[in-house]
Design a protein around this ligand. Structure first.
Ligand code: ARG
Ligand code: ZN
Length: 240
């Protein structure tokens, strides 16, 4: 497999309701949190139960802030139909997604924290969207104010599914070392949480728990992400 360290340049596209709504500090904190989580430096990592300790991955994927684009737009609910990615609708157009991870920050509305496009989709909409309150370290985000929505959405952008496979006990997430489950976990679950006759890995970034309660990717998830950077892989052009 592809084992080299990967550094991904990030373009942050901010659609804000007033100039300066999203601070430089908030932007930098999101980049720092991505770097923590994709390099096994999450401050809560000592919470991983012994059962899963051998599965914890240092993904060796780093993120650098390449560019910040801003536009002011008073729209308060952008939804999930990619309007924020279109300057014709008052958003900001994508910057070359073959060489940049694009993150859009806007008021999504509907209680949605963020959403992502999987590899292989249309270039014009490639990237992740994060609600303003949930971007980086932000007190306004409450239990979702520690920037882990970014980690989760970038996981989707790197081909990861939810750990329950978005279905019943027989539905897979295509990763062998994430125990099977039949639905999301919420809040901050106690260990063990048993579903489908195994202990759920509730502390995985690809579950739905509070930001403070998710702190690991597995080696299998890392292998699935890294396959994208191999020659011919869907994100090979980003592995610089
Ligand atoms: N529900 C969203 C999704 O499925 C994001 C979940 C993020 N969770 C969190 N603790 N920040 O993409
Ligand atoms: Zn998700």
């Amino acid at each position: 497999g592809f084992t080299d360290p990967v550094t991904i340049p990030v373009v942050v596209n901010i659609i804000e309701q007033f100039s300066g709504q999203v601070s430089t500090q908030q932007i930098n904190s999101q980049i720092a949190i991505l770097n923590e989580d994709y390099n096994d430096n999450n401050p809560n990592t000592n919470g991983v139960p012994a059962e899963f300790a051998g599965d914890v991955a240092n993904c060796g994927i780093s993120f650098t802030l390449a560019q910040v684009n801003r536009v002011v737009n008073t729209r308060s609910s952008w939804g999930t139909n990619d309007a924020m990615k279109d300057s014709g609708q008052g958003g900001i157009d994508v910057t070359d997604p073959s060489t940049y991870l694009n993150i859009w920050v806007c008021e999504i509305g509907g209680g949605i924290l963020g959403y992502a496009q999987f590899p292989g989709g249309p270039s014009a909409t490639d990237g992740v969207v994060i609600g303003t309150d949930y971007f980086g370290n932000n007190a306004a985000g409450g239990v979702y104010g520690d920037g882990r929505t970014g980690t989760h959405e970038v996981g989707h952008w790197l081909n990861l599914r939810h750990i329950w496979g978005d279905g019943n006990c027989r539905r897979d997430d295509f990763v062998a070392d994430t125990p099977t489950s039949d639905g999301p976990n919420y809040g901050c679950p106690s260990y063990p949480t048993v579903n489908c006759r195994s202990n759920d890995m509730t502390m995985n970034y690809m579950d739905y728990v509070y930001d403070d309660c998710m702190y690991m990717f597995t080696n299998g998830q890392n292998a699935r992400m890294r396959a994208l950077f191999e020659a011919g892989g869907a994100r090979a052009s980003l592995a610089g």
